[in-house]
Design a protein around this ligand. Structure first.
Ligand code: DGY
Length: 335
């Protein structure tokens, strides 16, 4: 069954691939022309007459916005994370919220591992060294030039053993690392030693974060947790910026307690031009590109459109982030 072709949907950005074209064949689709994202006011105005919203993780979908969208029946976010959506408010309205788990797992794990290597082996610093002309005949090969940390044989602590954490564990095992893991709910992962979080922090030379941002995990790594890492440890965050206290991280790097860190996500995105992080030594920075491969972004767009169209047909979404609404839908459309 197709969604009613008079159904109005607003998409806050064009997406890679042909998923939006597919949506446009089924619904009356308006795509924000850009540049950039619509402002909160523009989003509210557009949503006033829409039944569907296709959004990104940069669009804040909060209770006041939902209240200003009386016809809205479906939200579909082209992201796995849904910390930008007030799920409780959406559920209270019976609005299913689609998201895109699964399709970005391996691509995000690749980036986490790339950042682990980049930070451990000081790759961006090495690149700057060559480009700056500092690599002169007098310094052609120095015994102590740009010394980093070995991954092989080292202990990697994974905070979060969901799909992405497990994909990082598989890569780490291939690199000969010993892997510790902490997860909020019980789970067993082959080759990963489950330990309490304080033990993981105390034993890990490398730590990588793979938990969702929610009330329980905000500020998970603060000054005390960072201080409990072994001296010379390396931290990688490809999950959400709010998990780590950025000032405490900057202080730990400046003091030399941490050897290096690599971030793909920040408390505020984009990183403000005057962010103190920009001047911190040993810090590798990326602009939230965990899922940014050609194939994966197209798969995310496809899944976001699948979620959107299923929701508008009052069918269960392939991936719904507020299961209580999903269950209601299943009951309504069940045999
Ligand atoms: C997500 O989807 O939540 C990632 O952070 C971006 O791909």
């Amino acid at each position: 069954m197709a969604a009613d072709s008079g159904t109005r949907v607003f998409a806050t950005r064009t997406l890679p691939g042909d998923a939006l074209e597919r949506a446009g064949r089924e619904v009356e689709l308006e795509v924000w022309p850009g540049p950039g994202a619509p402002s909160p006011e523009e989003l509210r105005d557009r949503l006033a007459s829409c039944e569907g919203l296709l959004c990104l993780l940069t669009d804040r979908i909060d209770a006041p916005l939902l209240a200003a969208a009386p016809r809205l029946r479906v939200v579909s976010s082209c992201s796995v994370g849904v910390d930008h959506v007030d799920l409780a408010a959406a559920s209270a309205r019976g609005i299913p919220v689609g998201h895109t788990p699964g399709v970005l797992t391996e691509t995000t794990a690749d980036l986490a591992f790339a950042l682990l290597l980049a930070a451990a082996r000081r790759i961006p610093e090495a690149d700057r060294f060559v480009r700056s002309g500092a690599w002169t005949p007098a310094r052609s090969w120095e015994p102590d030039l740009l010394l980093g940390r070995d991954l092989h044989g080292a202990v990697l602590g994974l905070i979060g053993l969901g799909a992405i954490g497990r994909a990082v564990a598989a890569r780490a095992q291939g690199f000969g690392m010993r892997v510790l893991g902490w997860n909020r709910s019980p789970c067993e992962v082959a080759g990963v030693e489950r330990v309490p979080l304080p033990e993981l922090l105390a034993r890990s030379a490398f730590v990588s974060l793979h938990v969702a941002l929610c009330d329980d995990t905000r500020g998970l790594l603060g000054p005390a947790e960072l201080a409990s890492l072994p001296r010379g440890a390396v931290l990688v965050n490809t999950a959400r910026g709010g998990l780590v206290d950025e000032s405490a991280l900057a202080a730990a790097l400046r003091s030399g307690h941490l050897a290096a860190a690599a971030l793909d996500v920040y408390e505020a995105e984009p990183l403000p031009p005057d962010s103190p992080l920009l001047g911190v030594p040993g810090l590798v920075l990326a602009p939230h590109i965990g899922s940014a491969s050609v194939a994966t972004r197209a798969r995310m767009a496809d899944l976001a459109v699948d979620n959107l169209l299923a929701g508008l047909r009052s069918e269960p979404m392939p991936h719904c982030a507020n299961p209580e609404v999903r269950q209601d839908l299943a009951r309504r459309t069940g045999p």
